[in-house]
Design a protein. Structure first.
Length: 376
């Protein structure tokens, strides 16, 4: 069963954490430790049968090569991030290069036993628990590493070392077959745990948004609506300067009420049709200027498209910005025209004196600022 993208992302992050924070320091220390023991073995004939005849400079070059290669891989995952595909590709390339380097150095040295042990120890740290669809490539690396060693030994007539390499390959394969199930089970358990935590956090955020939207709608919006009604009743009873002030308060309260409704819509998340958005924009415009003429030039086959709540909030906010300094209809007639230009919504406010326009792009990337509107 092929894992989902989210499962693979979590597993890759976990593997990168283990490699960077736990395996990398141990591996670097291990390479230098084995190199030191190999150097000591050259001066201790009793230990020569374990490590073979390995030159001191060759052992040190091998340790530095492997440690440096491993450090580069760990650093790339640490700084590029586990989610970057290049770091996963670098995983495979790095393992291939390390095994190839081992095979080449073993062939040059002419003595195998110490370096075979390095291969076996290295695989314990380089072999990460793969997903089922990655396992064939991992096995190919294992076959290539030991196959190259065995071929080099046979060409040199070192049949004992070739037999030892074959036994080491069998032991490594059996060890992998015995432990891979447990490793995958542990990794799968971590993935399921992280998936559950993510879904619980998402559900908590959704419930919190719904709670805030409900409180705004049932509390603040209801109070503001009642305030508008009370102001209108007061305007019917009074006249003169008080009446003009009350009308200004009504317009300001209705404008705030429209903005509040847009925020509530955004908090609820999801998406809605462009037709519903245009109704909200029209209500916003007419609440600011009661005598305003609203013209909808968006084609009927377009206004059924779905848009995100963030784009809806950006559009309503842009309309508010555009109408903020427009004179009242008593001074000059006002027409608001809404049209669709490609993937952007254009709002034009036309008065007797001038014309102002604002464009709001729809269906942009979620991380783009929703309130980026180009005013012309």
């Amino acid at each position: 069963m092929t894992p989902t993208a989210e499962q693979e992302e979590i597993a890759t992050e976990r593997i990168a954490q283990l490699r960077v924070h736990r395996h990398a320091p141990l591996a670097v220390a291990l390479w230098f430790g084995v190199a030191g023991v190999a150097i000591v073995a050259n001066h201790a004939p009793a230990l020569a049968w374990i490590f073979g005849n390995v030159p001191e400079d060759l052992a040190m070059r091998l340790a530095i090569t492997l440690a440096g290669s491993f450090a580069v891989t760990s650093a790339s995952i640490r700084f590029l991030g586990a989610r970057a595909r290049i770091s996963r590709a670098l995983h495979v390339v790095d393992g291939f290069v390390q095994f190839s380097t081992l095979a080449l150095l073993i062939y040059i040295s002419g003595s195998a036993r110490s370096l075979i042990w390095l291969v076996l120890i290295g695989k314990a740290y380089l072999w990460t628990p793969p997903f089922p669809h990655e396992r064939p490539w991992k096995l190919m690396q294992l076959v290539f590493a030991h196959g190259a060693l065995g071929a080099a030994f046979l060409l040199q007539g070192q049949y004992g070392d070739a037999m030892f390499d074959g036994l080491a390959f069998a032991a490594a394969y059996l060890g992998h077959a015995m432990t891979i199930r447990m490793s995958n089970a542990m990794l799968q358990s971590h993935v399921e745990h992280q998936l559950l935590e993510r879904r619980l956090r998402a559900a908590h955020r959704s419930a919190e948004r719904d709670r805030v939207a409900r409180q705004l709608h049932d509390g603040v919006a209801a109070d503001m609506t009642a305030l508008v009604l009370q102001l209108r009743l007061a305007a019917m009873r009074d006249d003169g300067a008080v009446l003009a002030r009350i009308e200004a308060l009504v317009a300001r309260t209705q404008r705030a009420l429209g903005s509040l409704r847009a925020v509530v819509w955004s908090l609820r998340g999801g998406s809605d049709s462009l037709r519903e958005l245009l109704k909200l924009v029209e209500a916003k415009c007419t609440s600011v200027h009661a005598g305003l003429l609203f013209k909808n030039d968006v084609p009927r086959d377009v206004d059924a498209r779905r848009i995100s709540s963030s784009d809806a909030l950006a559009t309503v906010t842009a309309a508010d910005m555009l109408l903020r300094n427009v004179p009242t209809p008593s001074a000059t007639p006002i027409t608001v025209r809404v049209s669709m230009d490609g993937n952007a919504l254009t709002l034009d406010v036309v008065t007797a004196a001038n014309q102002n326009s604002i464009r709001v792009s729809l269906d942009r990337e979620p991380r783009a600022a929703a309130l980026e509107a180009q005013v012309s």
